[in-house]
Design a binder for this molecule. Sequence first.
Ligand code: ATP
Ligand code: MG
Length: 370
Amino acid sequence: MATSIVGLDIGSTGVRGVELSSNGKNKPTLVRSYEIPLPPGAVVRGEVVRPDVVGAALKRLWSQGGFKSKKVVLGTGNQGVIVRDLTVPKMSIKHIRESLPFQVQSTLQMQLTDSLLDFYPTSETIGEQGPVLNGLLVAAEKKEVLGNVSAVEKAGLTPVEVDLIPFALNRLLISRPQIMGTVALIDIGGTTTSIIISSDGVPWFVRIIPTGGDDLTQALIEGLEIDSAAAEELKRSLSLGAVEVEVDDENSVSVKCKCAKCVADEPYVDNSRSTEILNTVSGELLGSLRSTVNYFNNTRPQDPVQQILLTGGGSLLSGIAKALSEITHVPVLAADPLSMVALPRKKNAKKIHLDGSISVALGLALRSTL
Ligand SMILES: Nc1ncnc2c1ncn2[C@@H]1O[C@H](COP(=O)(O)OP(=O)(O)OP(=O)(O)O)[C@@H](O)[C@H]1O
Ligand SMILES: [Mg+2]
C-alpha cells in the first residue's frame, strides 16, 4: 500500500511542503506541493524566531495546499551546525549514534548537552584495531532544531525525522548514477547559503554560510532609501551581465560589470548606485563561494570540483552562474529537482506549484521514501 509523507522546508522567505507517495517499489510520486510566504524576521538564518507566525503559516500551508499526511520530515541547517570528518569502529548506525557523545566530547567545541549529534557514514576501511567506518559527524544546536519542531507541533503536525538541509539536497540532486565525479552543490537562499561537495554522490564536505539573496535586497533598501518591495523588484531586474572579476592578493573578489552601458560610461565602472551595490554584495558572496571551492580543492587535490550545481531562489539573480563559473573555472549549471520523482497524472497536476525553491522540501521527503 502507498504511504505518503511531507518534506517541509521552513525557509526565511516561506514555508514549503512537498508530499510524496511511495509504494516502496517504483519512483515515489510527487502528489502535491505548495508554498506560503513568510514576513521578514519570522525565520532568520535557519532559525524560527517567531513560532506563532510560522505555526499559522503552516496551518495555511496544509489547508490551502490540501496535504493529506500530517507526518513531516524537517530540515535543519544554519551556520551553528558543525560537520566534520569522523572515523569510528564499525558497528550498527544505532550503536554509533549512541556512542557519539563519548567519541567526540574532547574534540567538539560545543556544549554536548546543547547539541544533537548524528553520523553519516561514507566509506569502510580497515584500521589498526579492525574495520572502521569513515563518515561525517553532524552536530546541530538543540535550540534551533527544537524551535522548528515546536512551530510544526503548534500546527498539529508530527515531525518524524530531522535531516541536515545539505544532505537532503545531496540526496535529491547529486546521489544518482547520472551525476559522477566531484560536484559542488550550492543552495543560495534568502539568509543562508549551503554548500555540499560530493564525489560520485558521497558527501565529503559541508559548509553553511550566513548570507543569501536578502543581503542584496537589504543593501538596496539602505543604499537607495527605498522600501523592501521596490528593492526586491529592482533586484530581480538587475544583472551581473558580462563581469570582470578581480581577485586581489588577500583573496578578496571584486566584480565589475562590463555590459555595454557601463563600459560606455567609463571602463568597468557604472555610475548607477544600484549596480555598484549589486557588484559589492555579489562580490562578497562570490568570494566566499570561491574560497570554499579552493579550500576543498587544496585539501583533496586528487578530486577537485569538476562541476557546480546551483539551486535556491538567490541563484536566480541574473548573471550569478556565469560569474561563479568565471572565478572558479568550473562549469555551473542549474540543478534539476524533478528527476528523482514521478509526476502525477494530468488531472492532479494543478496541485503542484513548482514556483520557488522546492528542492529542499523534496529532498527531505525523499529521506523516508528511498
Ligand atoms: N528572480 C530572482 N532574481 C533574484 N533573486 C531572486 C529571484 N527570485 C527569488 N530571489 C531571491 O531568492 C531568495 C529566496 O530564496 P529561497 O526561496 O531559496 O530562500 P529561503 O529558502 O526562503 O531562505 P533560506 O534558505 O535562507 O532560509 C530571496 O532573497 C529572493 O529575493
Ligand atoms: Mg532555503
